[in-house]
Design a protein. Structure first.
Length: 265
């Protein structure tokens, strides 16, 4: 399915927008730059997130916590910079997903969460300079249970593993694959451990942590909690390098950017 050819009424019904300009064909450089960013549905200053996306100018941008308000802001700001735009607004504000791409998207589908009240993931097949590339844009269950973060820290890891196992069964095995987004767990978590056993590797990053809980202490913004919970993983056919976390935006998450290319044989 080519997103920009969807009929307008179907696009509206699905919560998707495809920008009018024809996307650029994938060049033959053999690499691409990918960003994943949980923009925070309640972000008090969304312009800072838009500025961070614009400045980094990645080839593909995966976004989480997209609402209809975010959809309007992103579609307007990036109509030219990202000619392919896909939005999936969810009934829960934090469950929305989006993709901004300079490259053609050949297929896009939502994979429902096995726990229906939590968040779906999004499977894409993108036309790159090194052929079709499969991407899974994830937002796994937060570490919360009955409103308790302490309880959720103990009870939620098996649930995230169940999520990622469910999504894994839906992925094509014959395509180079990236799984990226908000995992809601650190690099030692159960979902990442499962993917590691399937042959995927997390791209290491430099910079600050991807998530931080900030409060004013003596009038100064201070991180009370800091942890890496946003990740990019690649399969054995790919190499991820130059991973970095941008100290940008006013979301509780920070953008993660990596360069990806096929492994040389």
């Amino acid at each position: 399915m080519t997103v920009r050819l969807l009929p307008l009424l179907a696009a509206i019904a699905l919560g998707m927008i495809a920008a009018a300009p024809r996307p650029a064909r994938a060049d033959a450089s053999g690499q691409l730059r990918l960003m994943t960013y949980n923009v925070n549905y309640a972000n008090p200053h969304p312009t800072t997130a838009l500025d961070a996306i614009a400045a980094e100018d990645a080839d593909i941008v995966l976004l989480q916590e997209i609402t209809s308000e975010w959809q309007r802001a992103l579609a307007e700001r990036f109509a030219k910079q990202y000619p392919v735009q896909v939005f999936r607004v969810h009934t829960r504000a934090a469950g929305g997903l989006a993709v901004l791409s300079k490259l053609p998207i050949k297929l896009e589908e939502v994979l429902p969460c096995p726990e229906r009240r939590w968040f779906p993931s999004e499977r894409l097949v993108v036309d790159t300079g090194f052929g079709p590339l499969q991407i899974l844009n994830v937002h796994l269950r937060p570490a919360v249970d009955g409103g308790s973060w302490f309880k959720g820290f103990i009870t939620s890891p098996p649930l995230r593993r169940r999520e990622i196992e469910t999504y894994w069964r839906r992925l094509a095995r014959d395509l180079p694959t990236i799984i990226a987004g908000d995992f809601n767990e650190d690099p030692s978590g159960s979902a990442i451990a499962f993917l590691s056993r399937q042959g995927l590797a997390r791209v290491p990053t430099a910079g600050p942590t991807t998530w931080h809980y900030e409060q004013l202490v003596k009038g100064q913004p201070t991180d009370l909690l800091r942890i890496d919970i946003d990740h990019v993983l690649v399969d054995r056919s790919l190499v991820g390098r130059e991973g970095k976390v941008l100290d940008a935006g006013t979301s509780d998450h920070r953008p993660v950017v990596v360069t990806i290319e096929p492994k040389r044989r």
